[in-house]
Design a protein around this ligand. Structure first.
Ligand SMILES: NC(=O)c1ccc[n+]([C@@H]2O[C@H](COP(=O)([O-])OP(=O)(O)OC[C@H]3O[C@@H](n4cnc5c(N)ncnc54)[C@H](O)[C@@H]3O)[C@@H](O)[C@H]2O)c1
Length: 345
C-alpha cells in the first residue's frame, strides 16, 4: 500500500507517517515546512519531525506545497492508495491576520490535492482533517451552566455531526476549513471517491510544538516547565475534549479498512476526556510540581465556551473509541518536552 501524507512534518501528519511506516506501507510525506513562516518562530523546531522521520527507510520526504500542482503530482508519483491531508494553516488568530493565505492553504490547497488525486488515482481513499470550528458560534447556542471551575452543557453531552455549520460566525480559519470539508464530501458525492472528513477537536501528543496561538495543551506544558507566562483569554472555565494523537490515527486507519464509501465524523476525547483550562492547569501543576504563571485577558473572537464531541456516530460506524486517558497523555508530553528542552528553554 502507498500512502501520501500531506503536512507530514506536523503533529498529526508525522504521527500518521510513523504509524503507517510501522505497518510497512510505502509512505510519502509532502510538506513545505512553512509552520515557522506562518507563526514566525524557530525553524529548528519545525524541522524536528521532518528529521525524526528520516530514520524510516519506507518514508520518502518531499519538500513541496499543496497549492502547487507539480509538487502534488511529484508526491503522488505513479499513484497512491490513500491520502491523509493534514497540511494546513492551523491557527485561528493567524487566520484573522492573514485571511488570504489561510484560504489559499486550507481551501485551495485541499481542492488542489483532491483534484490532482482524482486525475492520478481516482480510486484512492482521501482523508481530511477538519475541525470543530466549522460549527462556529452555533455551538455557543447550546445552553450552558456555570460551575466553579468549568462551564457544562445543560441539555446534551456532546456536539453531533447534525450541528448546523452556517448562519453564524466562524473566524476565517473555520470558513477555510469548512470549504475543504465540503469539497471532501463533494468528491464522494459527485466523483464517487471514497472520502472521509474528521472534525477534530483538541488533538495533542508528543512532538507537538504548541505556542500561544495554536496547540494549547503543549503550550501550557512548555510554559509551565520553562516559566513562561500563559495568557488565558476569557475566564479559564472554557472546556475542551482532549484526544491523544495516536488514537486519532487509529480512527483514520479504521476508516481506511472499512467498507464505508464516505464518512463525516466528529472526533475528540468525548465527554469522558474533558478539561477546562483551569482544571488542566491544576492537573499540570500536580504532575510537574510547579506553579504556572498566568494572566487573564478578554475572550477571543468565536472562542467556543464548551466544545465536546459526541462520539456516538464514530463509535458505531468505525467501532472506535479513545484509549489514552488525558492524564497519561499529559504525562507523556511532559516527559517529551523535558527531554527536548533545548527547543523550548
Ligand atoms: N491539532 C489540532 O488540535 C487540530 C484540531 C482540528 C483540526 N486540525 C487540523 O489538522 C491539521 C493538522 O494539524 P496539526 O496540529 O498537525 O498542525 P501542524 O501545524 O503541526 O502541521 C501542519 C503541517 O502542514 C504544513 N503546511 C502548511 N502549509 C502547507 C502547504 N501550503 N504545503 C505543504 N505543507 C504545508 C506545515 O509545515 C506543518 O508541518 C491542520 O489542517 C489543522 O487545521 C488540527
Amino acid at each position: 500500500m502507498r500512502i501520501l501524507i500531506t503536512g507530514g512534518a506536523g503533529l498529526v501528519g508525522s504521527h500518521c507517517a510513523e504509524y503507517f511506516a510501522r505497518k510497512k506501507y510505502k509512505v510519502i510525506i509532502l510538506d513545505n515546512l512553512m509552520r515557522s513562516k506562518l507563526f514566525g518562530y524557530n525553524k529548528k523546531s519545525v524541522e524536528y519531525n521532518w528529521n525524526y522521520l528520516a530514520k524510516f527507510k519506507n518514508i520518502k520526504r518531499i519538500l513541496g506545497d499543496v497549492r502547487n500542482i507539480q509538487d502534488v503530482k511529484r508526491a503522488l508519483g505513479r499513484g497512491v492508495d490513500v491520502v491523509i491531508h493534514t497540511a494546513g494553516q492551523p491557527g485561528v488568530p493567524s487566520s484573522v491576520r492573514i485571511p488570504k493565505e489561510d484560504f489559499s492553504i486550507n481551501a485551495f490547497g485541499t481542492l488542489n490535492v483532491l483534484e490532482t488525486l482524482r486525475k492520478v488515482s481516482p480510486r484512492a481513499i482521501f482523508i481530511y482533517t477538519s475541525t470543530n470550528k466549522v460549527y462556529g458560534e452555533n455551538v455557543d447556542k447550546i445552553p450552558l451552566k456555570e460551575l466553579k471551575k468549568r462551564y457544562v452543557y445543560k441539555t446534551i453531552e456532546g456536539v453531533s455531526e447534525k450541528m448546523p455549520t452556517d448562519l453564524t460566525g466562524h473566524t476565517p480559519y473555520g470558513v477555510s476549513k469548512l470549504v475543504g470539508d465540503l469539497y471532501t464530501q463533494e468528491y464522494a458525492y459527485i466523483y464517487n471517491m471514497k472520502t472521509a472528513v474528521f472534525r477534530m477537536s483538541c488533538i495533542y501528543g508528543i512532538r507537538q510544538f504548541g505556542f500561544e496561538d495554536q496547540g494549547w495543551v503543549a503550550w501550557f506544558i512548555i510554559a509551565n516547565l520553562f516559566n513562561k507566562t500563559i495568557t488565558i483569554y476569557g475566564d479559564g472555565k472554557q472546556v475542551r475534549d482532549l484526544l491523544y494523537v495516536s488514537d486519532l490515527v487509529e480512527a483514520f486507519d479504521k476508516f481506511i479498512q472499512s467498507d464505508l464509501k464516505m464518512g463525516v465524523f466528529n472526533i475528540g476525547g468525548g465527554p469522558q476526556n474533558t478539561f477546562s483550562l483551569l482544571e488542566f492547569l491544576e492537573e499540570l501543576e500536580k504532575q510537574t510540581g510547579k506553579k504556572t504563571k498566568i494572566r487573564f485577558s478578554n475572550w477571543r473572537p468565536s472562542d467556543q465556551k464548551v466544545y465536546i464531541s459526541d462520539l456516538s456516530k464514530i463509535k458505531k460506524e468505525l467501532n472506535w473509541q479513545p484509549k489514552i486517558n488525558p492524564k497519561e497523555g499529559i504525562n507523556r508530553l511532559i516527559k517529551w518536552v523535558k527531554k527536548n528542552e533545548n527547543y523550548f528553554s
